[in-house]
Design a binder for this molecule. Structure first.
Ligand code: SAM
Length: 323
């Protein structure tokens, strides 16, 4: 599907639950109510919808949440999705449950995993997430690497005054483990409790300046799986690759190749778009052919972009749609 800006839309990000076992202060939304069991799509329904997307050329799926591993039998969903011979399937998780799941996930055929972790310090983790599970996450990263996931991408949301003193520590962690890729992400305004997001905002330029203290930073060729919105870099005389995702200072709307679906089956064309399309309704009330046609028409209406000057924050809560 080729939409505006000549963008080839080939990626679907699916949030399979809006429940999470962490309470990240920039993500949580106290006014957000979790969806009831009856309102969310079953795995069979997710599969049916994904099949329609695949028939339209979507071949990269990202599973997210909430925390996707909180949903029961998530490994079964991965198995059935892999039967569709996708080009790429990746799971984004907070890592708290990975020690228990890594080998099952890998055994099911999953090869790539993204883990979110914003600090390497236990007390800061508690402050950031309201949880004392730092060690579970850290162990989860090590177990995933040992199990064979490659690359394991570690997503670090940049937070001024909170983790800007750890940028070099993260780079050193990436240097220690060959298959670990650190990706720094600029904080975005979202529908969360955090209204003064600018106070915590740390830019791509600031991060690069910090990393340059280690050596010359060299942009990397686009040559490994899962190339999405991140730019990748190497550091002269260091064995490390790191990425930066800069939606604020270097927006990538003109190359955005993805759409999103939440656990209730609502299709969201842009993180900053106000409207959604209720695919669950069409799934339950029309033919596969009609559903495919609705998806196609909707995706081709993907907005050309957003303007943070005009849009104070997404209508969509990240805890619902998964970033
Ligand atoms: N529970 C899973 C996890 O932690 O990876 C998936 C859902 S979580 C919402 C997905 C990612 O979105 C995390 O890396 C999180 O840090 C990031 N995120 C949440 N709010 C954000 C914001 N306002 N700006 C940038 N990233 C955000």
């Amino acid at each position: 599907m080729v939409g505006s800006y000549d963008r080839k839309i080939d990626t679907l990000r699916i949030s399979i639950t809006d429940r999470c076992n962490l309470n990240c202060f920039y993500c949580k939304n106290k006014n957000f109510f979790h969806s009831s069991k009856t309102s969310i799509l079953s795995y069979e329904e997710i599969f049916k919808i994904v099949k329609c997307f695949v028939s339209l050329g979507i071949n990269k799926i990202k599973l997210t949440g909430g925390e996707p591993l909180l949903r029961k039998q998530s490994v079964d969903l991965i198995k059935i999705l892999l039967s569709l011979h996708l080009e790429d399937l990746v799971l984004t998780t907070n890592g708290t449950l990975l020690t228990g799941y890594a080998s099952q996930l890998y055994g099911a055929g999953l090869k790539r995993i993204n883990i979110s972790l914003d600090t390497l310090k236990k007390d800061k983790f508690m402050f950031l997430t309201g949880s004392d599970r730092f060690e579970d996450v850290f162990e989860g990263i090590k177990v995933s690497l040992k199990t064979g996931f490659s690359p394991v991408k570690l997503n670090v949301v940049l937070l001024k005054g909170i983790n800007d003193d750890e940028i070099i520590d993260f780079i050193e962690l990436g240097e220690k483990y060959e298959s670990l890729i650190i990706r720094f992400i600029e904080l975005m305004p979202a529908n969360s409790n955090l209204k003064d997001w600018k106070r915590y905002f740390l830019s791509r330029a600031e991060v690069l300046n910090e990393i340059k203290k280690l050596g010359k930073v060299i942009p990397k060729e686009k040559n490994f799986t899962g190339f999405g919105p991140a730019e990748y870099f190497e550091i002269f005389e260091h064995k490390v690759t790191f990425g930066i995702i800069s939606p604020i200072t270097k927006p990538f709307c003109s190359t955005c190749n993805r759409v999103r679906m939440n656990c209730k089956g609502e299709l969201i064309l842009c993180l900053y778009g106000a409207s959604s399309i209720d695919l669950k309704y069409f799934l339950r009330n029309s033919s596969e052919e009609d559903l495919t046609s609705i998806i196609r028409q909707s995706v081709l209406r993907k907005p050309t972009g957003y303007n943070f000057g005009e849009v104070p924050g997404s209508k969509v809560a990240m805890c619902e749609i998964g970033g």
